[in-house]
Write a protein that binds this ligand. Structure first.
Ligand SMILES: [Fe+2]
Ligand SMILES: [Fe+2]
Length: 200
């Protein structure tokens, strides 16, 4: 059974606005979804998969450490237990699988990869990755540039800019980017620099 987008949206609102009193996060999800759909149309991705991944990607971000532990595979939890900012991508994917019976691997993978990055992105995960940073409420110039690049230049270029922005931010704040993010940075640098025609 596949729940409708309308049904999922109602639940997201219930969890984030009614339960966690976090309307800004709910609005962020709608904004990510809005940009995601534009990009899905431009790059030929599945609108349903992109809409669903964008709408649900931060659904567990306000939850407790215990919640993340319950919904995260033990090995992933052991690796990222000190970073709630990362855990929500793992718990989010497992939570929507359990609560909404979403088993589509493309959607689940996109949600898992939206924090730690990947060298094995799919079109949906790339669109979520750039939409998360480039959505309209992010008004700083880097976000604007990522949005414009995704909409007018190419998705590989936009993903590269987004990974660069995230890893630089972490380094500036004394944190270490995940190995996935650093590998992903190299991977997209190679694609963009060595094969400029290879634009998805
Ligand atoms: Fe997130
Ligand atoms: Fe987000």
């Amino acid at each position: 059974m596949r729940y409708s987008y309308r049904f999922l949206k109602k639940w997201v609102k219930k969890i984030l606005v009614d339960f966690h009193h976090d309307p800004l996060r709910y609005q962020h999800l709608l904004n990510v979804q809005e940009l995601g759909v534009k990009l899905a149309r431009k790059y030929g991705a599945s609108i349903y998969k992109v809409k669903t991944a964008c709408l649900l990607h931060d659904i567990t971000k306000d939850e407790s450490l215990e919640f993340h532990k319950y919904y995260t595979d033990p090995l992933d939890f052991a690796q990222y237990q000190h970073s709630i900012g990362i855990l929500h991508s793992f718990s989010g994917a497992n939570f929507i699988k359990s609560k909404f019976k979403i088993k589509d691997q493309t959607i689940l993978y996109a949600i898992k990869a939206h924090t730690i990055g990947s060298t094995d992105h799919n079109l949906t995960s790339m669109i979520l990755y750039v939409s998360d940073i480039g959505e309209k409420s992010r008004s700083y110039s880097d976000a604007l540039q990522i949005r414009n690049t995704a909409l007018n230049v190419g998705l590989n270029e936009a993903v590269l800019m987004a990974i660069n922005l995230k890893t630089n931010y972490l380094i500036k704040n004394g944190k270490t980017p995940t190995k996935n993010s650093l590998d992903s940075l190299e991977y997209f640098k190679n694609i963009v620099n060595n094969d400029p025609n290879n634009i998805i």
